[in-house]
Design a binder for this molecule. Structure first.
Ligand code: ZN
Length: 384
């Protein structure tokens, strides 16, 4: 294989240095913060590193936005090996009120900075592990380092769509999102639904001549709140997060609307939860429903390659299948392509003003990843 790695001392230390380099680059998602730079600086940094390591690299951009690059990289001449997707996102939420968000300051075993835990440390571990796995020749590591996970998911969608044309047929995928090194059992999905409610305008001195859409909206909000405990008991969540209606004083409001958010437990379907929201509307109301965004829930396979690899990772990391993620992450997208496992180094302050990653977790994760990618007994040969 034409891959030339200059191995630095230790995979964990190598990943720590790369994590610091990535945290020092501002890759705030411009879908979340207008005018933010996006993923380009991280893509360029990693592409030049992986080019030097002899990897084949591709920069992919979605049709919607040529300025949102994702990076795919793999060692050449490795198609015959079991193909392992190593997935992480390069974008971050905005720095908010963080002090020195891009300094990668280290205090003890904590590295501070926006994206340190979510998820530049995870990305650094994946890159170092891929470089070393290329030397072992047991699996074909395919890095899928994507844009826009924190917003619309354009990056993973773009990379997944491009896999067949790139000749990549994945056998298993690891997403290194921060989980405190636990293996994710499940991820909740969500549906965000806009409900528009009609009424009839009239002068407020003669309310009987009109129909008050804001009153109907109030009844809907009350119905949502009343139903929410049953949803929550079944592992979901239900709430109204935006409400507006009416035009001015002295006018019976002819229109009102709200956004109903539903977190979807594994086992529920998106169709069911939208139907459930419809049942909360009174039948004689003039309403329309529009699904603004929806994502499926996910459960990790209970057998097969994701399970086997997860067991091997958990055993060596001293963790296990301990996480049911209440928030969404991209596992259901990758599961459509191949069995998927989720585990990665974490810390604290994700999406808040003091984000940090635990460097002991980063080192342990990187070393264990390298070890498991070099175990022939775990991977065997490709079936076809
Ligand atoms: Zn993340």
């Amino acid at each position: 294989m034409a891959v030339t790695i200059v191995p630095s001392s230790d995979a964990g230390e190598d990943a720590t240095r790369l994590a610091a380099a990535l945290v020092s680059l501002d890759t705030t998602n411009p879908g979340l913060v207008t005018g933010a730079p996006g993923e380009r600086a991280a893509v360029e940094h990693l592409r030049s590193r992986l080019d030097r390591a002899g990897f084949t690299t591709h920069v992919l951009t979605p049709h919607e936005d040529a300025d949102r690059p994702s990076l795919v990289a793999y060692p050449p001449d490795s198609e015959r090996l079991p193909t392992v997707i190593l997935n992480g996102h390069l974008d971050t939420v905005g720095p908010g009120a963080m002090v020195e968000p891009f300094s990668a300051r280290v205090v003890g075993d904590r590295m501070f900075g926006r994206g340190a835990a979510d998820m530049k440390a995870g990305v650094a571990a994946l890159v170092v592990a891929a470089e070393r796995a290329a030397e072992f020749g047991v699996v074909r590591p395919v890095l899928a380092l994507v844009a826009d996970e924190e917003d619309a998911g354009l990056g993973s969608e773009t990379v997944i769509a491009a896999l067949p044309a790139l000749g990549i047929r994945p056998d298993v995928c690891l997403i290194a999102e921060p989980t405190d090194l636990a293996l994710a059992r499940s991820v909740r999905g969500f549906a965000v639904v806009l409900v528009r409610i009609g009424g009839r305008a009239a002068h407020s001195s003669q309310p009987d001549l009109g129909t008050n859409a804001v009153s109907r909206l109030g009844r809907l909000i009350a119905a949502v709140d009343e139903h929410a405990p049953r949803v929550r008991a079944a592992g979901g969540d239900l709430m109204v997060t935006v409400a507006r209606g009416g035009e001015s004083p002295f006018v019976i409001p002819a229109a009102a609307e709200c956004v109903v958010e539903r977190r979807v437990a594994p086992g529920e379907t998106l169709v069911e939860v939208v139907t459930e929201i419809r049942t909360l509307l009174e039948p004689d109301w003039d309403t329309t429903i529009e699904v603004l965004a929806q994502r499926e829930p996910w459960r990790c396979d209970t057998a097969g390659p994701a399970r086997r690899w997860g067991e091997a990772l958990g055993e060596r990391l001293g963790t296990g299948w301990g996480l049911d993620a209440p928030y969404w992450l991209e596992a259901p997208l990758w599961q459509r392509v191949c069995p998927t496992v989720v585990s990665g180094p974490s810390g604290g302050g994700l999406h808040s003003d003091d984000e940090w990653v635990d460097l002991a977790q980063l080192r342990a994760f990187t070393r264990v990843l390298v070890d498991t990618l070099g175990m022939p007994e775990l991977w065997g040969a490709r079936a076809d």
